[in-house]
Write a protein that binds this ligand. Structure first.
Ligand SMILES: C[C@](O)(C(=O)O)[C@H](CC(=O)O)C(=O)O
Length: 300
């Protein structure tokens, strides 16, 4: 888990796709960072699923996300793209959100043009705010950031509401307003994915969102990179994978009254401690143990 040697902005300018898995807390972030990913995506959906046990329909609050960013940042130095939903209100709310998330450790903030309360981009019945209002929110975000290295990702949900061509127009407007990265949410086919990349790929780094069972056909990061995408996220996959495991685990424990039949699908006590760095933490604690006056006199 080393600190990247170049800024995330410079990394995105390179002609190589960045694959960012979804995370929702310090634990998943540490696991993903251990697996070697160059960037992580703090998914609003995954926070709603895991913290609230609820759908991604705008229930999670700005301070809950800020707290999560701070916990993740305390654990890993990996660039963190944060799902800021609609910015939790108008342009002034966006500015407060940008300041809070940037201070907490976000590397990039993603803002979308849905009306409030938003819903997951892969659900039906979405509504979008006027393009000009969203452009104002993007400008507000750019004005509020403390560092140019904090990237603003502009997401449009207009494909489902107004069609692909209107979504492309919106994306171009958001670039004029200062967006650093573009995200056209929920294209419905490979043809749409490819048309979006052909139209916008040369303007700003483009993000592709892979939701298993969602509106967009799943492609690999390499395939999307070949189309012209620079950033590929798999935001909710970790929750879907863990949900399957949790369901099986609880069913097995309820049936058998013990975890023994499940043991080959679990880490044991020591393995989990190794994974989360317990030996290293305890060893570090030892190095601070005896730094009192006697020690200082010894040294003198
Ligand atoms: C990207 C997204 O905003 C998220 O919260 O991670 C969601 C993903 C999901 O629901 O799995 C989205 O709206 O696409």
């Amino acid at each position: 888990m080393t600190v990247p040697s170049i800024s995330f902005r410079d990394r995105l300018a390179q002609d190589r796709v960045v694959l960012a898995p979804g995370v929702y807390d310090a634990f998943t972030a540490s696991m993903a960072a251990r697996a070697g990913f160059e960037a992580l995506y703090l998914s609003g959906a995954a926070i709603a699923y895991t913290r609230l046990g609820r759908p991604d329909i705008g229930l999670v609050s700005v301070s809950e996300v800020a707290d999560t960013i701070a916990l993740v940042r305390d654990r890993v130095p990996t660039p963190l793209i944060v799902d800021a939903d609609t910015g939790y209100g108008n342009a002034l709310n966006v500015q407060r959100t940008v300041r809070m998330f940037e201070r907490a450790g976000a590397t990039a903030l993603q803002l979308e043009d849905q009306s409030f309360p938003k819903r997951c981009g892969h659900l039906t019945d979405k509504a979008v705010i006027p393009a000009g209002e969203m452009a104002g929110k993007i400008k507000a975000a750019v004005d509020a950031r403390a560092s140019e290295n904090t990237l603003i990702v502009a997401r449009t949900d207009a494909v489902a509401v107004e069609g692909v061509s209107a979504a492309l127009d919106r994306a171009r407007l958001y670039v004029e307003a200062g967006a650093d990265v573009l995200f056209v949410e929920a294209p419905k086919s490979r043809e749409q994915l490819s048309a979006i990349a052909a139209d916008l790929g040369g303007i700003r780094p483009l993000l592709a969102n892979m939701v298993e069972g969602g509106q967009t056909p799943i492609s690999s990061a390499a395939e999307l990179g070949a189309l012209g995408y620079r950033l590929v996220i798999f935001p909710g996959g970790i929750v879907r994978a863990l949900a399957r495991q949790a369901q099986d685990y609880y069913a097995s424990l309820a049936q058998h009254g013990t975890t023994q039949p499940f043991r080959d699908r679990m880490f044991d006590f020591n393995a989990l401690n190794d994974l989360i760095g317990t030996p290293e933490m305890l060893a570090l604690g030892e190095t601070y143990k005896d730094s009192g006056p006697a020690k200082r006199e010894d040294a003198a």
